[in-house]
Design a binder for this molecule. Structure first.
Ligand code: GTP
Ligand code: MG
Length: 584
């Protein structure tokens, strides 16, 4: 690694702290950038078919047996492990409840045996643990295996992949790549560049030759499937864990885990940490340049002849009107992009999903009906109704998770594009003013300031959209006696109705979230333009006002302006130093 991420991050945070102490730095979202740096984590999601050793790998990375592993399909609930002062476990339920549990009870929530078919309605479990590995900002996400009883892994993957920084896909030498694995991988092709493939359990293989064969074969299959080159690491998670627990270097070496750990670390540093440091330092630089320009403007207005000053102020006003027009355009274009997401992504996907769901559930309902014809009308009806409600609810919950990943990625793309647009407008204002008042200044390049890749504006609040209210509505409406034909007809109608209603609710929820995200984003962006204009105008007016107070005041003001310029320049140099070290 060419640079020390932690060190650079800390240095940058200290620059921000110093910036907060300078009064003349207008509009800089310092607190926000500070938070972004200090709370930054790299999300690492572990995916793969059941029994490949995903959970064992996590324990091996941590060097501690935190999560339960086993020979039968085990993990049934996404489990997140992040840094914390002590080992603490919180269970988040579908209905929004949260409960802290004791470590020895973890298996009662996250395993198929302790929580069969997720009867406890757990959404996810978050574990904090004081591990050095996590302290550097990695967050591990364990997932249920593909083909596990309760939830389809693709859904989980779609929930976490878009927001992950890197993903591990586990395979195992004792099992050839299966069809469900290749199908799954085709589905997630678009994330190929962040996936690491691990070929686990190499301790099973006796000789080198056999291992190489297995590696070659797996690699070929995977490349065919992903349509691109892939990173494949043979490892033994079990030996890795054993080695770390017993402190045996030799065992660790045999596990081959360090090769993978190094590669992963390099990837996170090069692809993720570098981008983060670069974008934050760039943003800071831009605000510092802007601050410099404003101070210089004030100095100019302290000494420029009034007539000339007024002429320039007039010219600036004209520029301002032009910018205001662009501001209105911004609104119209942004609305259009959001509408696109709604029409093409949400509505398109939803109608396809509804069709598929109907096609899948109708025959199931018929089958259930035929199997239970002997029941009394009321009981048969109740059985079918409950089946429909459960299936529709589950199907929508899964779909929503998947769709959410997609929508937040799309929304973020739009925000990024528009944020860059705003940056260009701001640049234009700054350049115009610097030329107008002949102040040579370097504004700095426009970076992808807002692309943190973690749903900055689009916050996914996972409130379950419940079908509770609709439950049993039909039972009460039924007459005392009903024929079976009537029941199946009613149930078919009920199925359509449920799919429609739930679809409507989920859609409403998506739209509302998008709308809120858009308003937040829009407000921030437009404010940025306004603050820039206002900063320039007020700098000029400050100078003019100061002038009316006489020569002594002007001199004094000039001195404090020069002082501020020096402090800002010093900060700029420190930040440039950080950028140099980043290049490594
Ligand atoms: N020989 C060998 N066994 C391993 C290795 N890694 C994991 N196992 C075993 O494989 C079995 C499954 O391991 P888990 O870590 O529970 O696998 P998983 O992928 O999390 O399984 P699910 O949660 O059910 O999807 C356990 O019996 C582990 O001890 C390895 O490197 N070598
Ligand atoms: Mg597991």
């Amino acid at each position: 690694m060419g640079f020390n991420y932690k060190q650079l991050k800390d240095d940058l945070i200290s620059c921000i702290d110093d910036m907060l102490g300078i009064e003349n730095i207008p509009g800089c979202p310092c607190e926000e950038l500070r938070e972004k740096l200090s709370s930054n984590v790299f999300n690492l999601v572990i995916l793969g078919q059941f029994k490949r050793g995903k959970t064992t790998l996590i324990n091996a990375l941590l060097g501690a047996e935190i999560l339960p592993t086993g020979v039968v399909p085990l993990t049934s609930i996404p489990t997140i492990i992040e840094h914390g002062e002590a080992l603490r476990i919180k269970v988040f339920f579908e209905d929004g409840r949260v409960k802290e549990i004791r470590p020895e009870n973890l298996h009662l929530y996250v395993t198929e045996k302790g929580n069969p078919r997720n009867e406890k309605n757990v959404r996810e479990v978050i574990i904090t643990y004081p591990s050095g590995y996590l302290k550097d900002g990695v967050r591990l996400i364990d997932t249920p295996g593909v083909g596990s009883v309760y939830q389809h892994n693709t859904d989980v993957a779609y929930m976490y992949l878009p927001r992950s920084d890197a993903a591990i896909f586990m395979l195992s030498v004792d099992q050839p790549v299966s069809q469900s694995e290749t199908e799954f991988l085709r589905d997630v092709r678009e994330y190929a560049d962040r996936i690491f493939f691990l070929l686990n359990k190499i301790d099973y293989v006796r000789d080198r030759h056999e291992l190489n064969e297995s590696i070659d074969f797996t690699k070929r299959t995977l490349m065919e499937c992903m349509g691109s080159d892939i990173r494949l690491f043979p490892v033994s998670a079990r030996l890795g864990l054993e080695g770390k627990l017993s402190g045996s270097e030799e065992t660790i070496e045999r596990s081959a885990l360090p090769y993978f750990e190094d590669a992963l670390n390099r990837f996170l540093m090069e692809e993720k940490a570098r981008v983060l440091i670069h974008s934050v330092s760039n943003t800071l630089n831009r605000y510092l340049s802007q601050a410099l320009l404003e101070i210089e403007l004030e100095m100019r207005s302290l000494s420029t002849p009034v007539e000339e000053l007024n002429r320039k102020i007039d010219l600036f006003k004209r520029k301002k009107d032009e910018v205001m027009r662009q501001k209105r355009e911004f609104d119209i274009l942004l609305d259009g992009e959001i509408k696109n997401i709604i029409d093409e992504a949400i509505d398109g996907d939803l109608s396809r999903f509804k069709e598929e769901l109907t096609d899948r559930l109708l025959p199931e309902v018929e089958r259930l009906f035929n199997e239970n014809k002997g029941l009394s009308g009321r009981r048969l009806n109740k059985l079918l109704e409950e089946y429909v409600i459960d299936e529709v609810k589950n199907a929508y919950n899964n779909w929503r998770g998947r769709e959410d990943g997609k929508i937040s990625a799309l929304f973020e793309q739009v925000c990024n594009r528009f944020a860059q647009r705003i940056d260009r407008i701001v640049d234009e204002i700054l350049r115009f003013s610097s030329e107008l008042f002949s102040i040579p200044i370097e504004i700095g390049s426009i970076g992808e300031v807002w692309s943190t890749g973690s749903g900055f504006y689009y916050k996914f609040k996972d409130e379950p959209v419940s079908l509770e209210l609709l439950r049993s509505s039909l039972v009460f409406a039924l007459p005392g006696f009903i024929s079976n034909r009537m029941i199946i007809r009613k149930i078919r109608e009920f199925l359509h109705e449920m799919i429609d209603k739930q679809g409507g609710r989920v859609r409403f929820d998506f739209l509302e979230r998008l709308q809120r995200g858009k308003l937040d984003f829009r407000w921030k962006m437009l404010q940025r333009i306004e603050a820039t204009i206002e900063g320039i105008e007020s700098a000029i007016h400050k100078g003019i006002k100061e002038r009316s107070r006489g020569e002594v005041a002007v001199d004094q003001r000039k001195r404090s302006c020069l002082e501020a310029i020096n402090r800002i320049n010093a900060l700029r140099e420190r930040i440039m130093g950080i950028q140099e070290r980043l290049k490594g």
